[in-house]
Design a protein around this ligand. Structure first.
Ligand code: HAM
Length: 444
């Protein structure tokens, strides 16, 4: 019988790697709470129409990458409905904003999410069919200041702080403005016009994009087309006064905070809802991502709420590809060595198993992380097993149980001492370096 495997493009995350995932998520939560964000959890599947309207029918995501199915009616009172596994979370958050009338509070909504997303892409390193995003959305009525450039700069500054705090090195922030909903059609018309006489010189994909979605030509990585693409009109020349001023203020605030960025006029992003500020953070080649070097992306979506039938609610947000963040941390060798447990309790003989479990229960209740061995193990096996997972081994034989004085070995120093049960917790919690000092002081 053939063995079953995880579906192509999906994977299992196992310890100790999951420790790194948890550290990343804990750091993100801590940073977000310092900036006043609250968590939102939206469903993993939504009505297909949400993504068709929100992300855009013509985008790669909606036209070829979604997991969509017809959900059959189960009762006469129900209707069949087309449902889709969320390929991204922004549309779901804005749907929830509208559904729960969050705009009626008059307040700026500062929301974050951490969760899986699904896209049927060609799997490769850093690109999966189920992947994780850590994202943020800031939106609200115009009166809440949701449209202000300070919001754009603040989340970019927050991202810079988060990446620094996580220990990501050499990140680069690419920044652009794709203009308002009136600037963009003028730019697209100019692009079409500029592409018409030269598109036959381009690769097949770009010839098609020049017709269907000229903005996508700017994303093209085809080496032969780069020169032509660089000579195309730039969006900056098509921004109206308000969009130009908005972008200038975002940059001025970033300059004031000392957050470095590069203005990249070709950064248009692959989702239709973007207006004005767009951005991506990348890491250099050799940071573990191969060609998938975008760690995260985001931007403003001032018209999305209205596109989904809601009130005017300008917003801005980003989503970090958590899988890619982890790959980068691993490649940049910043992965912390898996933290070891405080103690491994080794019962000496099966007669001590029950006492060992009782001691483990006490220590765990005192807040220590503890693993319990098995009295059937030989001493050598217990030491080997303990050394793999814990900083100390606590030997528990008949004598120890009777006297309440335990033998404890610290692996980092090789030191083995007798410790009274009442002092065990503090002994196990002292870092090895201080223990050396402590034992030297005792010797003197
Ligand atoms: P996105 O650029 O489509 O934007 O995705 C954001 C990030 O998710 C990417 O930069 C990448 O790191 C990660 N990502 C995307 N697809 C995959 C994949 N197949 N495998 C692994 N990682 C992937 C959005 O999703 C927008 N909703 C971001 C946003 C929030 N804009 C405004 N608010």
């Amino acid at each position: 019988m053939s063995t079953l495997k995880a579906v192509r493009g999906t994977r299992d995350l196992l310890p100790p790697e999951t420790q790194l995932w948890n550290r990343v998520e804990a750091t993100a939560r801590a940073v977000f709470s310092r900036y006043g964000f609250g968590e939102i959890r939206t469903p993993i599947f939504e009505a297909t129409e949400l993504f068709a309207r929100g992300v855009g029918e013509e985008t790669d995501i909606v036209s070829k990458e979604m997991y969509t199915w017809e959900d059959r009616a189960r009762a006469a009172s129900e209707k069949a409905q087309s449902l889709t596994l969320r390929p991204e979370n922004t549309a779901g958050v804005v749907r929830a904003y509208i559904e729960h009338k969050l705009g009626d509070t008059g307040n700026l909504q500062k929301l974050f999410y951490i969760g899986p997303q699904f896209r049927r892409e060609r799997p490769q390193r850093g690109r999966y069919r189920q992947f994780w995003q850590i994202g943020v959305e800031v939106l609200g009525p115009v009166s809440s200041g949701a449209e202000s450039p300070i919001r754009d700069a603040e989340i970019l500054e927050m991202l810079a702080s988060l990446l620094d705090e996580l220990g990501i090195r050499n990140w680069q922030l690419d920044l652009n403005s794709v203009g308002s909903s009136t600037d963009r059609p003028r730019y697209i018309a100019a692009l079409r016009e500029a592409l018409a006489p030269v598109k036959h010189l381009m690769c097949e994909d770009n010839q098609r994009r020049a017709e269907t979605n000229p903005l996508r030509v700017l994303d093209s990585k085809d080496p032969n087309d780069q020169e032509l693409i660089n000579s195309l009109p730039k969006i900056a020349d098509f921004l109206d006064e308000a969009s130009t001023a908005h972008f200038a203020q975002v940059r001025a605030a970033l300059d004031a905070c000392g957050v470095p960025y590069t203005v990249n006029p070709r950064l248009v992003r692959g989702l239709d809802y973007y207006t004005r500020t767009t951005f991506e953070f990348t890491v250099p080649d050799g940071s573990g991502l191969g060609t998938q070097n975008a760690l995260l992306g985001g931007g403003r979506y001032d018209g999305l709420s209205e596109m989904l039938g809601g009130p005017k609610a300008p917003g801005i947000g980003f989503a970090i590809g958590e899988d890619r963040l982890i790959l980068t941390l691993q490649a940049q060798a910043l992965e912390t060595t898996p933290t070891k447990l405080d103690a491994y309790i080794a019962p000496l003989g099966i007669g001590q198993n029950a006492a060992a479990l009782a001691l483990a229960r006490e220590l765990r209740r005192e807040g220590l992380s503890v693993e319990v061995g098995d009295g059937s193990f030989r001493m050598k096996k217990s030491f080997e097993a303990a050394d793999k997972v814990a900083r100390h081994i606590v030997l528990l034989g008949e004598d120890e149980v009777a006297t309440g004085v335990l033998t404890v070995k610290t692996f980092a120093t090789g030191e083995q001492v007798k410790v009274d049960r009442t002092l065990l917790r503090s002994h196990l919690l002292i870092p090895s370096a201080s223990k050396q000092v402590e034992s030297k002081a005792n010797e003197a």
